[in-house]
Design a binder for this molecule. Structure first.
Ligand SMILES: [Ca+2]
Ligand SMILES: [Ca+2]
Length: 585
């Protein structure tokens, strides 16, 4: 079981010892890096915000209340003597195995199935030996654990990767509750990425470039990673003995006062950590990530970052070979306090022309993002950070430069992702937690990658992503910390993407007089559908329902249908169009 301990930097390693999942946050260093150059700070800024809610404990694996067994040869409840004799021997076997028991035996059905409970619930592991003792009894069959269920947020899929439930509230918050009169929505104030998984977890053909500190070896990222590049031109800052080269390995960005951040590894995991039942997950584990190294010991220069934007999107940069897997999304969890340079804007615009969406963190200085670059550049998606309560994180930049917000965490609860244990040079792969707009931007980059996976173009993603949001809450006791009016259109909520789980199909006999039926299924909070039927490519006027009765006008023509999902409030609906039928007979 993992436990978390904090360092002064609000970076917590997840170790595999200990039993209690706790997060304690020491006072953390202010976001100095945002002021003195490029490279987002590693930890959260100092919080002055009161805690809104005492979070209930994360939901662990189901506990076992006792044992359910079947008495062979026992046909009905009327066979009371046989049932109580069996209960007696089951209780004796459990007691002999060391179990303390609650009273009696309880009928599970009208006949042979009964339960005996432990005095208090046990873990599945602790219960296993005791259940085996019952299984060995003659005359007792079908022995199974009596698991305890509790109310749950309805995640549309439930990955078994254990850190998800324990720590990754930013992807789906399994805790429930009311804080300061506000009821938490299903999934909390997470990105609700799991809601989109039935449509896509990201396609392997879609690459998200992570322009950051570079790559470390991590089993949760190995399969997701495509070759990148090192754009740090300063040998001293890069620490790899040279300037630009094709090896994006993170050499560590430690200084005399700070340990290495492994910031690029952390950002990459938020996007695409593996869905494999181990450790945690990324928002979109089907995507590919590409490390493009731009931040070293001394941060990174705008020139190197601009060159990296061009290269990542498939453009030419003199002295480098072309990117063989150009990115559809470029994540920039970095920034500095200055205006957007013309060459930076040019690099961004060039990347967009080549089809890439550019996502930028708003910055961690609790100020207008207009003062920072590339957050204030034009034509980028600038992302502010919310905390677990959906409020503006205490450090997050805000203002008219911001397009939307996403979970970045705050001192109460940070964002867990892939990390490295090394304090200077790389150590071993681990998980750790950080807070910042650096952690918010990759949630949006992952979402953009998922939308690209669903076939949306760069401009469709840019227009659509700001609609895939829910409204910020407004807590009565801390109204000033709302993101309302300050962090763009809302917080990223992928339940607001209504995406076809598969292409709409048409069933029915393709013959005049017969009726065709369209069948479609969408992710997210769908409230209705609209239908358009086509006859050999031309809209059939008046045909607007899920069924269509073929007429003589259709004879010899092909039919197809388009379904558009509807939602309420802000949402992004993605249409699906069927294949054409055979010619109508
Ligand atoms: Ca180098
Ligand atoms: Ca995993």
């Amino acid at each position: 079981m993992p436990s978390w301990t904090m360092t002064r930097r609000a970076v917590a390693a997840v170790a595999c010892t200990g039993l209690v999942a706790t997060i304690t946050v020491a006072a953390v260093t202010p976001a100095s890096a945002a002021d003195n150059g490029l490279g987002e700070p590693r930890g959260s800024a100092v919080s002055t915000k009161p805690t809104q809610r005492t979070a209930p404990a994360a939901k662990p694996d189901s506990l076992v209340a006792g044992v359910v067994y079947r008495v062979s040869g026992l046909a009905s409840i009327s066979s009371g003597t046989a049932a109580s004799a069996a209960a007696g021997s089951v209780r004796a076997a459990l007691a002999a195995s060391g179990a303390k028991l609650a009273e009696g035996a309880h009928a599970v059905d009208g006949g042979a199935s009964w339960s005996v409970d432990f005095a208090s619930p046990l873990t599945a592991k602790a219960a296993a030996a005791k259940i085996a003792a019952v299984d060995a009894l003659p005359g007792v069959t079908d022995v199974e654990p009596n698991y305890i269920s509790t109310a749950d947020a309805n995640a549309p899929v439930n990955p078994s990767d254990p850190y998800l439930r324990d720590y990754q509230w930013n992807i789906w918050d399994y805790r429930e509750g009311v804080a300061d009169s506000i009821t938490f929505p299903k999934g909390g104030y997470s990105s609700h990425a799991l809601a989109l998984w039935p449509a896509t977890k990201g396609r392997s053909s879609v690459v998200v470039a992570v322009l950051d500190t570079g790559q470390t070896t991590h089993a949760q990222l190995t399969k997701a990673t495509v070759p990148g590049y090192d754009f740090i031109s300063s040998k001293a800052s890069a620490r790899d003995g040279n300037g630009r080269d094709s090896n994006p390995k993170d050499q560590g960005d430690w200084t005399s006062s700070d340990d290495s951040s492994w910031h690029g590894t952390h950002v990459a995991g938020i996007i695409a950590a593996a869905h494999d039942g181990k450790q945690g997950i990324g928002n979109a584990p089907g995507l590919k990530v590409q490390h493009v190294r731009v931040l070293g010991r001394d941060g990174g220069t705008s020139a190197d970052i601009a060159a990296a934007i061009t290269w990542a999107s498939g453009g030419s940069v003199s002295g480098t070979s072309k990117n063989k897997t150009p990115a559809k999304v470029i994540n920039l969890s970095l920034g500095g306090r200055h205006s957007c340079e013309s060459f930076m804007q040019k690099a961004i615009d060039g990347a967009r022309k080549r089809g890439a969406v550019v996502v930028v963190s708003a910055g961690n200085s609790n100020e207008s993002a207009l003062k920072f670059s590339p957050a204030s550049c034009k034509n980028v998606i600038t992302v502010a950070a919310t905390d677990e309560f959906g409020e503006r994180a205490s450090y997050s930049n805000y203002g008219s430069a911001v397009e939307l917000a996403a979970p970045g965490g705050d001192s109460g609860r940070l964002v867990a992702s892939t990390w490295n244990s090394g304090t200077t040079t790389p150590g071993s792969a681990t998980w750790g937690a950080m807070a910042g707009t650096s952690q918010a931007a990759p949630a949006v980059s992952a979402a953009a990658g998922m939308l690209a996976s669903l076939g949306l173009s760069r401009s469709q993603i840019e227009v659509g992503i700001v609609k895939a949001v829910s409204t910020f809450p407004k807590y009565p006791s801390t109204p000033s910390w709302t993101c309302r009016g300050k962090c763009g259109t809302g917080y990223l909520d992928l339940q607001k993407v209504l995406a076809p789980k598969s292409r709409v199909t048409i069933s029915g006999t393709v013959k005049v007089g017969r009726t065709l039926t369209a069948s479609s299924s969408f992710t997210g909070r769908i409230s209705g559908r609209s239908y358009t039927w086509y006859r050999s490519g031309a809209v059939i006027s008046g045909a607007k329902s899920s069924t269509y009765k073929l007429t003589s006008a259709d004879k010899g023509k092909t039919i197809k249908v388009k379904v558009t999902p509807k939602g309420s409030g802000s949402y992004l609906g993605i249409t699906t169009t069927s294949l054409s039928t055979s010619k109508v007979g």
